[in-house]
Design a protein around this ligand. Sequence first.
Ligand code: PEP
Ligand code: MN
Length: 337
Amino acid sequence: MVVILKKDANKERVDALLETLKGFGVDLNYSEGKEITVVGLVGDTSKVDIDTLKANDIIEDIKRISEPYKAANRRFHPDDTIVKVNDNVKIGEGFFNVIAGPCSVESEEQLNSIAKDVKQSGATLLRGGAFKPRTSPYSFQGLENEGLRLLLEAKRVTGLPIVTEIMSETQIKDFDDVDIIQVGARNMQNFRLLKALGETKKPILLKRGLSATIEEFLMSAEYILAGGNPNVILCERGIRTFETIIRNNLDISAIPLLKRQSHLPVIVDPSHAAGIYWMVEPLSRAAIATGADGLIIEVHNNPKEALCDGAQSLTPSAFDTLMQSVKKRVAFEGKTL
Ligand code: PEP
Ligand code: MN
């Protein structure tokens, strides 16, 4: 980070500022020129609050050179993080996973039949929403605790670990047997929830917010990591742009970017990005080719009757076809599924 001082700044006030800066635990590089004086801050600047410093009127400007996140930053953790879900399932660095299942848990028959089908096709985890964050309060809100119970039952029957969305920190105790807790796009900046999840050791699937920048996304991961939970999986699920034909734009460039900036596994959700079933397969291919560590895909036994996200859901047979292509491409990338 570089702090640029105003010309002719009062010497005593500059000395006081240098003391404040040292207090952040960084080394200082002071360079006084004819026209401008700059102070370079070397070391971990993640705790330096630029906005507060800018209130000091001897400062002309402050430029951040390194990223404001530390725990999520590959610079400080060069090795890839592998998130261990259970004895058989690991995510990241060569371990590719496919999470599949309905948008929402609707009934025991629906969930168990989809769970068996996706397992048969090669999915490694089962997804299903019990608590649904819907835009309209009049839309189906999920089966809630009954949905959780059905997910645990499907886990018992199929052996597949389960992934489901949490809405509030008050629910954490009810998610004890959930294998991966999903934080949905709409909760990416629910900081109270992120902090509470940071106090657990649960694997967390953190979805990118609808219009979150990469830096905001990684700062949200930072909340969980800084709290002491290293088990964070990032999920690119498409972002809002000016385009209205598709539901969200899958940000393909986010995949190599996140993999470069961070050491965390990156999963791609082509279903919520596309919003329509026929685009799920080509987007999956793109995700694998650009370095994703896995996919999360919506599958429904009867998409036309689905209570949520039917248009983007694959039938079990379409999912099976997709998996044939996914398996080949994952092997081509030298990864294990
Ligand atoms: C979901 O996975 O069902 C979901 C609601 O996703 P998102 O938070 O990405 O919209
Ligand atoms: Mn959905």
